[in-house]
Design a protein around this ligand. Structure first.
Ligand code: NI
Length: 180
């Protein structure tokens, strides 16, 4: 168990493009274990390596049906190395996002609704998967971390960048809240 400290908004490492992973990198198994342990510890549904100070193109996400996301279908637990994607349907899917690196806040973000994404596994095999809506949103949020982009940088109206305390009230539409 190696829970690592989370980098938070303002840390320059979060704004860097992460490096392509060499599958022979001897630190890789430990890096991945630290990501999984940290995501579980901080109750995220996704994490990207730069969030724990590792500037490599690795992401991990997924959740089973969860009372915190009653309207969302489960997303398979997925470890993605050197991911890429293409947009299949650019019409907007809009929902509230949170980020372990932006503690205490939520923001409403629109992202392309349907994508096809690609990745490598630890054995170097290539995979691809089609994802829509919430699943596509999680992927794109994590992919952005590898490009040095945090979700507030994707927002079109900063009035939709809110303190999470407001979500305990009835002021906002609470659909599609995610924490990653
Ligand atoms: Ni995030």
């Amino acid at each position: 168990m190696a829970v690592r400290e989370l980098l938070v908004m303002g840390n320059p490492l979060l704004y860097q493009k992460a490096a392509t992973v060499d599958l022979n990198d001897s630190e890789l198994p430990q890096n991945i274990q630290d990501m999984k342990d940290s995501m579980a510890h901080y109750h995220g549904v996704g994490i990207a390596a730069p969030q724990i100070g590792i500037s490599k193109r690795i992401m991990y996400f997924g959740f089973e049906s969860n009372p915190r996301y009653p309207d969302q279908e489960a997303v398979p637990f997925s470890l993605l190395i050197n991911p890429a994607y293409e947009i299949l349907d650019s019409s907007p899917y809009t929902g509230w996002e949170g980020c372990l690196s932006v503690p205490g806040y939520r923001g409403k973000v629109s992202r392309p609704k349907k994508i096809k994404y690609f990745w490598e596994d630890l054995d170097g095999n290539r995979h691809e998967r089609i994802a829509e809506d919430f699943h596509a949103k999680i992927f794109q949020h994590e992919y952005d971390h590898l490009e040095g982009i945090l979700y507030p940088m994707r927002m079109s109206d900063l009035k939709d960048f809110v303190h999470e305390g407001i979500l305990l009230t009835d002021v906002l539409d609470k659909q599609n809240i995610i924490e990653e």
